[in-house]
Design a protein around this ligand. Structure first.
Ligand code: HPA
Length: 272
């Protein structure tokens, strides 16, 4: 069965369960699950029963689609995402993004946890992604182009919608939430970076680094889907004073950012 047929089968299955037509898609990243508490839930589907859907292996991620109303708008949220380091190829990682588009979403909202390479950042600050650098090991668009979704050579001149970035920055300012805008570098993981790699990442113009998001954004842009993405800065990547990264500290920092990030996304969605 072709990749496109698999997408269609997953979409048909979801539609057979829920007639709900989401306007927006949301990818909930590491430790940023509290947004779910703001959604008036209309239905849920576990990933494991959706045909061809990958199944998340990361403990801190649950695996289900949540349909509901957030800020008066119909949304579908991915509670749990897929990472290349789990062993999925990038086509599997981004399969759900294709499915969400076919369910009718008109914008995509993404959150993640990232290391702060910009030394002005503090742990638990937010960073709205305004551009990215792809240092991952595989591109999700490699191979035959999916012509029904978009063209062979997608434009990347504005991967993250400027209007939403400005709206979110204004919201964060009003709410007193520490928030920057910056460039995110996507890496494959699962190991964190060496000091030399952090130095390199900073030198090439990045402000943060993480193990997700970029492939999802590439696929979204292939489909001409406007994207908003925001990082919780969970650790500081200062090559000259590098502390050992501990997953429990990273999750604790993500939890600390949760309130601010939730406020920003809840209000941003209301504006769309
Ligand atoms: N590097 C890569 N991914 C990350 C980091 C980091 O320092 N922190 C959180 N996710």
């Amino acid at each position: 069965m072709s990749y496109s047929d698999k997408i269609d089968e997953a979409v048909d299955f979801i539609k057979s369960r829920h007639s709900f037509e989401p306007e927006f898609g949301i990818v909930l990243g590491t430790g940023l699950g509290a947004l779910v508490n703001h959604i008036e839930i209309a239905g849920e589907i576990d990933y494991e029963i959706i045909p061809h859907f990958p199944v998340s292996t990361v403990e801190s991620h649950k695996g289900r689609l949540i349909f509901g109303v957030l800020s008066g708008r119909k949304v579908v949220a991915m509670q749990g995402r897929f990472h290349y380091y789990e062993g999925y190829d990038m086509k599997a990682v981004t399969f759900p993004i294709r499915v969400l588009k076919k369910l009718g979403i008109q914008k995509l909202f993404i959150s993640n946890a990232a290391g702060g390479v910009n030394l002005d950042f503090k742990v638990a600050d937010l960073m709205i992604i305004e551009d990215h650098i792809d240092l991952t090991k595989e591109n999700p668009l490699t191979g035959a182009n999916l012509d029904d979704f978009g063209g062979r050579f997608p434009d990347m001149s504005e991967p993250y919608e400027r209007k939403m970035i400005d709206e979110a920055l204004a919201i964060a300012k009003e709410e007193g939430v520490p928030c920057h805008e910056g460039v995110y570098t996507g890496v494959s993981g699962p190991n964190l970076e060496t000091r030399a790699e952090y130095r390199f990442i900073r030198t090439i113009g990045a402000d943060a680094v993480g193990m997700s998001t970029v492939a999802e954004v590439i696929v979204a842009r292939h489909m001409n889907l406007p994207v908003f993405a925001i990082s919780a800065i969970t650790d500081l990547c200062d090559p000259d004073n590098l502390e050992e990264a501990k997953i429990e500290n990273i999750l604790a920092a993500a939890a600390q950012s949760e309130k601010g990030m939730t406020k920003v996304i809840v209000r941003l969605i209301a504006l769309q």
